[in-house]
Design a binder for this molecule. Structure first.
Ligand code: HEC
Length: 137
């Protein structure tokens, strides 16, 4: 029968286009390659708790809520988080003066762009609608 062969070549083409679509997204490539939770544990947790109460920085769920409020897409929020972390400034901050006067400005991160991208996407994914709007209270 001819049909199975035709089927499998269609499947192969779909599979290949799936692969190239994945490679086209830098966010997807980074999250596939890196254990973002481990990046958080190693480089962020010392200052950022997961949930309120905040210790020395806004909790991860607050950061997620804040960036979801400021950006329409995960990719745009991730790009802004990465840019902020490489060179934090009050002008780039989505928290603004309140958080900066309470906690001080975050120090620049020197880990790789891929790690920054993966951990930023992971932060976006930690959103919990019951956790509030990121006001760190
Ligand atoms: C030495 C403490 C410290 C470490 C380590 C740290 N942060 Fe922060 N971070 C802060 C403080 C303080 C703020 C709040 C003030 C500000 O926005 O700069 C903050 C704010 C942020 C913000 C919001 C920026 C804004 O104002 O819009 C993001 C996103 C963020 N951190 C991500 C991370 C990630 C991801 C890591 C680990 C790779 C990390 N931080 C590690 C202290 C830290």
């Amino acid at each position: 029968m001819k049909q199975p062969a035709a089927f499998s070549s269609v499947f192969l083409i779909l599979a290949m286009s799936g692969v190239s679509a994945t490679a086209a997204s830098p966010v997807q490539a980074a999250t596939d390659a890196i254990d973002a939770r481990e990046v958080y544990e190693r480089h962020c947790r010392v200052c950022h708790t997961m949930q309120p109460p905040a210790t020395t920085a806004p909790p991860v769920q607050g950061v997620s809520a804040r960036y979801r409020g400021a950006f329409g897409t995960r990719d745009a929020a991730v790009a802004a988080m990465v840019d902020f972390m490489k060179a934090p400034s009050a002008a780039k901050s989505k928290f603004g003066r309140g958080a900066i006067s309470r906690f001080g400005l975050m120090p620049a991160m020197t880990i790789s762009d891929k790690e920054l991208t993966a951990v930023s996407a992971w932060i976006w994914d930690q959103y919990d609608p019951s956790a509030g709007n990121g006001n760190c209270r």
